[in-house]
Design a protein around this ligand. Sequence first.
Ligand code: ZN
Length: 361
Amino acid sequence: MGGSIQLGRIWGIPVRIHITFLALVAIIGVEGYLKGGGLAEAGLSMLLIVALFACVTLHELAHSLVARSYGVRVESITLLPLGGIAAMQEMPRQPHEEAVMAIAGPMASVLIATLLGAVIHFTGYTGPVTHYGQPWLTMLMGTNVAIAIFNLIPAFPMDGGRVLRAVLAHYIGLVRATGIAVSLGQGLAVCMALAGIFLFKMNLLLVLIAVFIFFGAGQEGQQVRAQAVLDHITAGQAMVTRFETLNRDAPLTIALGYATEGYQHDFPVVAGDTIVGLVTRQDLLSALHHLGPQHTVGEVMTTQICQVPPEATLTDVYRRIAVGGCGIVLVRYGDRIVGLVSPESIRDQMVAAASGRPRAS
Ligand code: ZN
């Protein structure tokens, strides 16, 4: 995510804070200074926010560690003013796995609250009073309880929505289950916004959270629809069947001419009748920039040739491109290459599906 700073790694997962979060810490500090009247108050309030977000990090780590135990790679955890986001390469595909992953976060928050409650109960220590009029540890405990409850609301994009979706998916399938969780989330968001405006006399924080939920839910819905598209369209349907090839001995400048002028950006490289490598426009551009024009296509092509049968789904193809590092994927039928699928062809299919038109190319 743009505009975020990496703090470090926990169990190999990069933890980042978004710069807007730093702004939040500053605003809380100023508020504490003005309302409490002193630097000590300001420091205390800022420390509370930092401690709170350490708890949010633990919540996200709980999601992440469960996800990882199911073989999902967690790319990063980012702290935003309204909470944390754990970016995963893909969601667990088994509904029950997603449910366990989703429930792990609120459980972590409950556990933290319980530990803080135990400390308060057994030591009687609640820490200094903040400018909110509540003692430090009590507030930290209360907020962790609030985070757990808020996240258990059974609507997207909250964790509870994922659990609900997983349960529904068992009966009515992933796409319809997601649709219901998304509608619930967006309905809830509209109610929250209305309540924030009319009931609580312009409570901006509530309205902001409502907006966050509304768009967050919509995004989840889109992702699942996109995933469904990828699952149901085959490489044979999405492939480009008319394509040019480049000769291994062609100079870079001529190859780049092809790549920039024509409709095709990625090329199989041939020696005689055999495909010996692949080259993308990006490869050609950077090779020309770093090596100079006297080199040939054969010198810069990747020899890793990725192939799938026509019946492979776009999910398989996408995985080859995103994880396997293939620039383009060739479609092989028997001993013939019948087409190629590039990231662009996948994007075209997604766009077509989003606009409701099935597209064959
Ligand atoms: Zn969560």
